[in-house]
Design a protein around this ligand. Structure first.
Ligand code: SF4
Length: 194
């Protein structure tokens, strides 16, 4: 069976690739993630997936539009809180993945977003299925979260870059919230001294 697999990043792809291959699937990966910022981070994640593709001998379709900061921000329409922006972010990526899968003649598609413990799993499944219906294909659902540790161990063994935050600039600032606070406190104190 052929499957079109949306890949959010190299490390998250390792476990799903192993499982799908063991199930006899022929995988074509698809990298479309305009949510990853800033550019140097986007570039590092592309390089990490290039390495995974080489190690796993996996064909990848790279989205031709490249670094998509502007498109992503305009699709959010001001929604910056996690509960508002993440559904829009899933929508954008899964819609494009389902369309691309249909256009390329695939009957099945899926996403490595189903691997992450930190994503809204149920919502990804729902949106994935909704987009599949829209484009007349099927969303191949699997709970890849059960391989969370296995996937991390493989990424570490391969020396693949593992990112410290989900992807968008908002998730980066949430990830470093404590450091941001400590730094602003320090700067505030200095200002008072001056
Ligand atoms: S936290 Fe992750 S899923 Fe949510 S909007 Fe940012 S990049 Fe997208």
């Amino acid at each position: 069976m052929d499957i079109f697999l949306h890949i959010c990043c190299g490390p998250c792809a390792l476990y799903p690739i192993g499982v799908l291959k063991a199930q006899g699937m022929h995988i074509t990966g698809f990298f479309y993630n305009p949510n990853i910022h800033p550019f140097r981070e986007y570039e590092r994640r592309v390089e990490a997936l290039e390495e995974v593709a080489r190690v796993k001998d996996l064909p990848i379709v790279w989205d031709g539009s490249g670094y998509g900061l502007k498109d992503w921000l305009s699709s959010l329409d001001g929604a910056t809180a996690q509960k508002e922006r993440c559904p829009l972010c899933y929508e954008m990526r899964l819609e494009r993945s389902a369309k691309e899968a249909r256009d390329r003649g695939f009957k099945y598609y899926s996403s490595t977003l189903l691997y992450s413990k930190y994503q809204r799993h149920g919502l990804i499944r729902e949106i994935g299925q909704e987009k599949a219906r829209k484009f007349g294909i099927e969303f191949y659902y699997q709970d890849f979260r059960r391989g969370w540790i296995e996937g991390i161990e493989e990424a570490v063994a391969l020396g693949i870059y593992r990112q410290p935050y989900c992807g968008c600039i908002f998730s980066e600032s949430e990830r470093y919230a404590k450091r941001i606070k400590r730094l602003s406190d320090r700067l505030k104190e200095r200002r008072e001294v001056l």
